[in-house]
Design a protein around this ligand. Structure first.
Ligand code: FAD
Length: 317
C-alpha cells in the first residue's frame, strides 16, 4: 500500500491550494496514508491549514531559519531525509508548479530515481497518464515499485481536496541534515496586483495579438474587472510587450483551469490551448471565423473585439 509524502507549497505563511490538489491526486493512489511535509522557518500556521485538508493523515513540520525561503537546494535533502526515514514512504509528491518543478527533480536525483512528471491521471499506484507534445497526446507511464516514487502533479487536472472537517495531528520533526551552502536567497521579485490570481481565478479574460497594443489592453482589463476575472494573455501579446510575461497562458506560461475562459483576439495555437485544456466554458472572440480557437470554444463570437467588448459590457450592466 502506498504511503504518500506531499511537499507543501507555501508563501508568506500561507499554504498554496496546489497542496490540496496534490492530496486529491494522492487519494487516487488509494494510499494507506497521506502526510504533508511543511518546511518553513515558522511552519505552525501553514501546518494548521494543511491539517484541515480532508484526506491528510498527518502533518510533519521542519522549522529551520534556512527554510524561510523555498530554496530547492535546501529543501531537497530534508525531503529525502523524511522520505527515507521511519515513515517508510513509497511516494513523494509535489505540485507541478514553479515550486514543485524546482524541488522534485532534486529530490529524485538525491534518491537516485527517475521522476514522473505532470501526473494528470492515476491508473494505479505506479502507473500514470501525463501529457506530452504540448498536451497533444497523453502517454501512459509506469514506474518501478521497488523504489520511492517521486512525481509532480498537474494541478489543473485535480480539484483541491475539501478543507475544514479534518484535524490531522501535527508532528514537529528534528531533522539532522547537512544543508548545502552553495545556494542562498537573494531576493524575490514578484508582480503585485489587486486582481484575482491568474492561476487560481474562477474567471479569466485573456487577450492576444489581436488586441493590438499595450494601450488597447485596457479593454481587456476593463472587461475582466467587470467580471471579477483575472487577466491572461497569449505569448504573442507578451512578446509584443502588451503585458508582462507573468500573464502568459499556455505551454510556456501558466496552465490554468478556470470555470470561464475568454480568449479575445487569440487565434488558438496548440501551445496556447494546452494551457486551458481543463477550463470549464471557453468563450472566443475573433474576427476570423476560421480561427482554430473556435474548434474548442463553447461559445464563439465572430467579429471585431473593439465592437463586441463594449456591447458585452453594456449587456452585463
Ligand atoms: P495570433 O496567432 O497572431 O492571433 C491573433 C488573432 O487575433 C487572430 O486570430 C486574428 O484573427 C485575431 N484578431 C486580430 N484583430 C482582431 C480584432 N480586432 N478583433 C478580434 N480578433 C482579432 N503561445 C501562447 O499563447 N502561450 C504559450 O505558452 C506558448 N508557448 C509556445 C512555446 C513554443 C515552443 C512555441 C514554438 C510557441 C509557443 N507559443 C505560445 C506561441 C504560439 O505558437 C502562437 O504563436 C501564439 O499563441 C499566438 O498568439 P495569438 O493568438 O495572440 O496571435
Amino acid at each position: 500500500m502506498a504511503k504518500v509524502l506531499i511537499i507543501a507549497e507555501h508563501l508568506n505563511g500561507k499554504l498554496n491550494s496546489s497542496t490540496a490538489r496534490c492530496v486529491t491526486c494522492a487519494r487516487e493512489l488509494k494510499a494507506e496514508s497521506i502526510d504533508v511535509l511543511v518546511l518553513a522557518d515558522a511552519p505552525d500556521t501553514i501546518a494548521a491549514e494543511a491539517a484541515k485538508i480532508d484526506g491528510v493523515n498527518k502533518v510533519l513540520t521542519a522549522a529551520n531559519a534556512a527554510n524561510a525561503h523555498a530554496l530547492a537546494a535546501i529543501y531537497a535533502p530534508q525531503v529525502v531525509a523524511v522520505a527515507q526515514g521511519s515513515g517508510g514512504y513509497s511516494h513523494v509528491l509535489a505540485p507541478s508548479t514553479t515550486f514543485g518543478k524546482d524541488v522534485a527533480p532534486r529530490v529524485a536525483a538525491l534518491l537516485g530515481v527517475a521522476q514522473v512528471s505532470d501526473i494528470m491521471h492515476v491508473d494505479d499506484a505506479y502507473a500514470f497518464q501525463r501529457p506530452i507534445y504540448a498536451g497533444n497526446a497523453i502517454v501512459s507511464v509506469s514506474a518501478p515499485s521497488d523504489q520511492i516514487l517521486v512525481a509532480t502533479v498537474r494541478t489543473a487536472s485535480y480539484a483541491a481536496a475539501t478543507n475544514g472537517a479534518n484535524a490531522a495531528p501535527i508532528e514537529a520533526l528534528n531533522l539532522a541534515v547537512d544543508l548545502p551552502t552553495h545556494t542562498r536567497f537573494v531576493a524575490l521579485a514578484q508582480g503585485s496586483s489587486e486582481r484575482p490570481d491568474l492561476q487560481s481565478a474562477a474567471r479569466v479574460v485573456s487577450g492576444g495579438r489581436g488586441v493590438g497594443s499595450a494601450e488597447n489592453f485596457a479593454v481587456i482589463f476593463k472587461l475582466a474587472d467587470k467580471l471579477g476575472a483575472a487577466v491572461g494573455a497569449s505569448r504573442a501579446a507578451v512578446d509584443a510587450g502588451y503585458v508582462p510575461s507573468d500573464l502568459q497562458v499556455g505551454q510556456t506560461g501558466k496552465i490554468i483551469a478556470p470555470e470561464l475562459y475568454m480568449a479575445i483576439g487569440i487565434s488558438g495555437a496548440i501551445q496556447h490551448l494546452t494551457g486551458i485544456k481543463d477550463a470549464g466554458t471557453i468563450v472566443a472572440i475573433n474576427k476570423d471565423g476560421e480561427a482554430p480557437i473556435f474548434e474548442i470554444a463553447d461559445i464563439g463570437l465572430v467579429g471585431d473585439l473593439f465592437k463586441i467588448i463594449p456591447e458585452l459590457e453594456q449587456a452585463l450592466g
